[in-house]
Each structure stands twice: as C-alpha cells, then as structure tokens.
Design a protein around this ligand. Structure first.
Ligand SMILES: [Zn+2]
Length: 257
C-alpha cells in the first residue's frame, strides 16, 4: 500500500483542518481497502454526509476518518456528545479510522475501531463551550480509545509500515459476531472484556474479575445483580471465541494470531 499522500490536494483550502481533511480523505479513497469485505477500495461520501467520510460500495460499511500529526492512542476528539450517544444506542455509529501522518504527508499509523466496539462508557463529554463562543453551550465528546478492548483496535499501518490486509480482514471477521449482540447488552460485553484485559495476564480467575466489579457499577449505575451479569458476559466472550474456560473459575484470553 502506498503510504505517501498527495500534498497538492491541500491547494485551495484556507484552514489547516480543511487541508488535512482533503489530503487524508483523498489518500484513503485512492489507496485504502475495505477491512470488512474483499473490496479493493473505499469511496468518499458527499461532503454533506454526516459523520461518515468513506464508505464501501460493496458491503455498505461506513467509516469516519480522524487524522492528526500527533498520535494519541488514548483519546480522539469527536463531534457532538448527544449525537454520538444517540448513534451508539441506535447502532448507527460508523467504524473509526484514526490516522497519524508525518510532516512529509506520509501515513505513520492507522488504527481501525470497528463500529461494534463502541459503547457509551467509551464516550466522554467535553465541557460545554463558553458563553462567548460562537456555538455557546455546545457539548463535544472524546472517544476514549483506552476504553476500547485491544480486539477492537486493528492496526492497518504501524510506524510507517502497512500490515498485511488479509490478516486485518481475518481479525475483523473474527470479531464480527459481536455486532449480533444486542446493542443494549454489548456495552456490558465490551466493558467486561476491557476489565479482563486490565487484569494484565492471559490467565485469570472469576475472583479477579469480581475484584473489579466497582468499575461496572460505576459504568452501569442502575444495574443490579452485577456478578451474575459478569458470568453471563464471560460466557458470551467464550462463545465469541475471545476467552476460553479452563474450569474451576479459571479462564484464559485466546491469543490473537
Ligand atoms: Zn466492504
């Protein structure tokens, strides 16, 4: 994959953000494949298409592209908080592409978060804009990549090297059954998966997960029966092939290839 972007596409734009958008989206539409199917290219959407910058004409997957010269693997600024939460609840969030580019307009890093990995506790409201601002009171949000489990962060380009597209597509397909989990339960599945990773070892016990139940109570303040829900989500993660049961309350994270 050619990682050099065409700086000439920035011509005619005044603001830096418009230039970045023109150059990065042009590159994505010229060189990027669809990770969700075998389509060789993605297409740019008309400029008035809300929140979706690129889509696949073969499988209809939608993508939002966020680019910056600095790489923040923990948090990405996004648009309106309320619209994002509504999109998650309605299962309408596009997949997210996060790009870091160099001063020479080359793609340094490119990360994909498939749409079915978004959950409400990964979205943090920013403080409302000040009364003097043009859009006073408007509340934006940050997408907390740190709250997305590693299975939901697919690296397409790492440190200036494009990864094998076949293995990217295999990883995507492996996680795809998560999209079938009803959206009101998916937040639980993803939060429990993130807790499992926070334990820090591939093997863990039910007691290790219970030890972190306060985090679940914080994320889902209205829920009762947290421990049965934890066990239910562990079963779901097993059915999805993400963890393995070893018996006697012991579990193991299935290593990704
Ligand atoms: Zn596709």
């Amino acid at each position: 994959m050619n990682l050099q972007m065409d700086a000439a596409k920035a011509c005619g734009f005044k603001s830096r953000s418009q230039m970045v958008r023109a150059v990065t989206e042009d590159w994505a539409a010229s060189h990027l494949y669809c990770p969700a199917c075998d389509a060789k290219r993605l297409a740019r959407t008309p400029s008035n298409t809300k929140a979706i910058d690129l889509n696949c004409t073969k499988c209809d997957a939608g993508f939002q592209l966020k680019s910056g010269i600095n790489w923040n693997v923990k948090s990405v600024p996004d648009a309106a908080y309320g619209a994002m939460i509504a999109a998650i609840r309605g299962d309408r969030v596009p997949s997210l592409l996060v790009m870091q580019y160099s001063l020479q307009w080359t793609v340094r890093n490119l990360l994909l978060v498939p749409h079915f990995f978004f959950h409400e506790s990964a979205i943090k409201a920013r403080p409302p804009l000040r009364p003097t601002a043009r859009r006073a009171g408007w509340v934006g949000c940050n997408i907390l990549l740190s709250a997305i489990p590693p299975e939901g962060k697919l690296q397409l380009v790492a440190n200036g090297i494009a990864l094998n597209r076949r293995s990217v597509r295999i990883q995507y397909q492996r996680m795809r059954p998560l999209a079938q989990v009803p959206v009101n339960l998916r937040g639980w599945t993803l939060k429990v998966l993130n807790l499992v990773h926070a334990i820090g070892t591939a093997e863990f016990s039910l007691a290790d997960v219970y030890a972190r139940e306060k985090e679940l109570v914080r994320a889902f303040p209205n829920s009762r029966n947290v421990r049965p829900k934890i066990r239910q989500q562990l079963q779901k993660l097993r059915d999805l092939g993400i963890i393995r049961f070893q018996g006697d309350g012991q579990y193991e994270i299935v290593q990704r290839s």
